[in-house]
Write a protein that binds this ligand. Structure first.
Ligand code: GAL
Length: 328
C-alpha cells in the first residue's frame, strides 16, 4: 500500500512538473511605420524592404518577435498626424516616420516629446533638434543632382544635340515637401555648368513625383517647344517613366534626338537604361536606407544613442556602363 502511494505520488509530481515546465519567453516588440504615401514607386520599394528586414529577423531568432504595422498617410498631414498619435497612444516600442510635411516640425516635435525611439526617413526637416532617441536616415540629394548633370555631360555631345552651343532642357520637379526636389533641380544644372556646359531652361514645373503628372507636363512641354528640347531632367524615375511615354508619343527617340534622365534606379528604369530608352538614372538605395533605418531602430531599442543624427546613404550613378549591377 505504502509502495503504491509512493508510486502514485511520484507520478503526480512528474505530471505536475511537466505542466510547470516553462515555455521559452518571446519578447514582443511593436514597431509603427508611417509612410507619407503608399502610392509612390520608390517608397513602395522602401516600405517592403522595412517589412522584409523585420520578417527576416523574426525568422532568424524566435526569442524576439517584431510586429510591424505600416500605415499610409495618403499625402495628407491630418491623416498622418492621427496615425502617429495613435501609434504613440498605443505605446509602440519604436517608430519609423516618413513625414508628409517637412515645412512644419510640429508632428516631429510631438514624436520627440513622446520619448518613443524614432527614425525619420526620406524627408528631412532642416535643422531639427532630434533629441537622444530620434534621428534621420536619408541621402544627400545634392549628389543625386550632380550625378544627373554628369550623366548628361558625359554623352558624346554633352547634351547639345543640335550643336548650337547651348543645352536646352526641361525640368520636371518632385513634390517640394522633399528637399530632394529642390536639390536635384539645382545641382543637376550646377554640375553641367561646372563641367563647362552652357544651359538654357525652357520649362520647369512640379509633377509631384508622379508618373501621370510627369507624362502630362512633358507632353505639354514637347508640344510647346518641340525639337528645341534636348534634355529632359526628371527629379525621379516615376516621372521619367511618364516623360518617356510622351517622348514616344511625340515621335522622338531617346539617345538619338533627346536625352532623358531620372533618379531612383527603379527596376523598370534600369531595364530602360540597358535598352537605351533612358540615358541614365541614379541609384537611390532603398535597401541601404531601409537597412540603416532598421538597424538604427534596433540600436535605439537597445538604449544606444544613434551614431549620427543625420545619416546619409550614398547615391550611385547608373548608366549603360554599370547598369548590369542593378538589373533585378
Ligand atoms: C525621393 C524619391 C522619390 C519619392 C520621394 C518621396 O527620394 O526619389 O521618387 O519617392 O523621395 O518623398
Amino acid at each position: 500500500m505504502k509502495k503504491l502511494f509512493v508510486v502514485l505520488l511520484t507520478v503526480l509530481l512528474a505530471v505536475s512538473m511537466i505542466g510547470c515546465e516553462k515555455k521559452p519567453e518571446v519578447k514582443e516588440v511593436k514597431i509603427g511605420v508611417a509612410i507619407y504615401q503608399f502610392n509612390d514607386n520608390f517608397m513602395t520599394l522602401y516600405r517592403n524592404d522595412i517589412q522584409k528586414y523585420f520578417d527576416d529577423l523574426n525568422a532568424k531568432d524566435a526569442s524576439v518577435h517584431y510586429t510591424v504595422e505600416i500605415v499610409d498617410g495618403a499625402n495628407d498631414v491630418n491623416t498622418q498626424t492621427e496615425q502617429v498619435r495613435t501609434f504613440i497612444s498605443k505605446g509602440v516600442d519604436a517608430l519609423i516616420v516618413n513625414l508628409v510635411q517637412t515645412t512644419s516640425d510640429a508632428l516631429a516635435k510631438e514624436v520627440v516629446a513622446s520619448g518613443i525611439p524614432c527614425v525619420f526617413i526620406n524627408r528631412e526637416i532642416a535643422d531639427f533638434e532630434y533629441g537622444d532617441k530620434t534621428c534621420y536616415v536619408g541621402a544627400d540629394a545634392r549628389d543625386s543632382g550632380r550625378y544627373q548633370g554628369e550623366i548628361i555631360y558625359n554623352v558624346k555631345d554633352h547634351g547639345d544635340l543640335n550643336g548650337d552651343g547651348t543645352v536646352s532642357y526641361i525640368m520636371i520637379m518632385g513634390d517640394p515637401e522633399n528637399t530632394d526636389a529642390q536639390y536635384r533641380t539645382e545641382f543637376s544644372i550646377k554640375k553641367m555648368e561646372e563641367l563647362g556646359a552652357k544651359v538654357e531652361c525652357l520649362f520647369q514645373q512640379t509633377g509631384n513625383w508622379d508618373q501621370a503628372q510627369g507624362q502630362e507636363l512633358v507632353a505639354n512641354a514637347l508640344s510647346t517647344f518641340g525639337d528645341k528640347i534636348e534634355v529632359v531632367f526628371c527629379n525621379n524615375d516615376g516621372m521619367a517613366l511618364g516623360a518617356y511615354q510622351s517622348i514616344v508619343a511625340a515621335g522622338r527617340t531617346v539617345g538619338k534626338d533627346i536625352y532623358l534622365v531620372g533618379v531612383d534606379a527603379l527596376p523598370e528604369c534600369c531595364q530602360m537604361v540597358k535598352d537605351g530608352t533612358m540615358t541614365g538614372t541614379v541609384l537611390n538605395d532603398d535597401v541601404g536606407q531601409a537597412t540603416a533605418a532598421c538597424e538604427t531602430v534596433l540600436g535605439l531599442l537597445a538604449g544606444k544613442a544613434p551614431e549620427k543624427k543625420v545619416n546619409y546613404v550614398p547615391y550611385v550613378m547608373v548608366t549603360t556602363e554599370n547598369v548590369d549591377n542593378y538589373l533585378k
